[in-house]
Design a binder for this molecule. Structure first.
Ligand code: ADP
Length: 191
């Protein structure tokens, strides 16, 4: 299997690039943010819980997120592979994912880290907030909080996979096509 983690801060372009990558490599796209938003829309119990954290720019608790992610993976029989987008976002989520994939006799192939500096992220998120109507992209305080959460809780995931020689940093500034090409080169190197 080809299992990719697309990694990076909020606004780095993970969703945009995932859409292109799943088409090219025929992978299943699992975005925890999208799954939470679908649950909020459907007014499920999980959605209500997730919303209470997302509106504040905080992470949904690991236990809930891990259980949800594993259930989503289990919905697919014989996939070519997965793109994990927005997951893992904490070191415990990374450890849980590694163990879960190991039970399935597979593992993460590569972690693609989109690297974009903070000022650019804030600009992109506010712009996305205007276009998409996403509440968490419209409030500068919530955006700042998400960036802080990324630095404190999510950045250690990079070290976790760097220690396994699986982290590949990609410049997230450029045209969508340029970034996509750089991602494809990194994927083809491990395929
Ligand atoms: P972005 O990467 O732009 O912040 P996402 O759509 O990936 O957007 O995530 C939106 C929100 O959903 C996060 O701020 C967080 O509250 C919640 N979330 C998404 N993925 C996770 C996760 N793996 N663990 C905990 N919370 C998550």
């Amino acid at each position: 299997m080809l299992n990719i983690i697309i990694f990076g801060p909020p606004g780095a372009g993970k969703g945009t690039q995932s859409d292109k990558l799943i088409e090219k490599y025929k992978l299943v796209h699992l975005s925890t943010g999208d799954i939470f938003r679908a649950n909020i829309k459907g007014a499920t119990e999980l959605g209500m819980l997730a919303k209470s954290y997302m509106d504040k720019g905080q992470l949904v608790p690991d236990e809930v997120t891990i259980k949800m992610l594993e259930a989503e993976v289990n919905k697919h029989s014989n996939p070519v592979g997965f793109i994990f987008d927005g997951f893992p976002r904490t070191k415990s989520q990374a450890i849980a994912l590694d163990n879960f994939l190991k039970q399935k006799a597979t593992s993460i192939s590569v972690v693609l880290g989109l690297e974009v500096e903070e000022e650019e992220l804030k600009k992109r998120l506010l712009l996305r907030g205007k276009d998409s109507g996403r509440a968490d992209d419209q409030n500068p305080d919530v955006i700042q909080r998400r960036i802080e959460v990324y630095k404190n809780e999510t950045f250690p995931v990079k070290e976790h996979y760097a220690a396994q020689q699986k982290y590949s940093g990609i410049n997230g500034i450029g045209t969508i096509e340029q970034i996509f090409n750089a991602l494809c080169i990194a994927i083809d190197a491990v395929k």
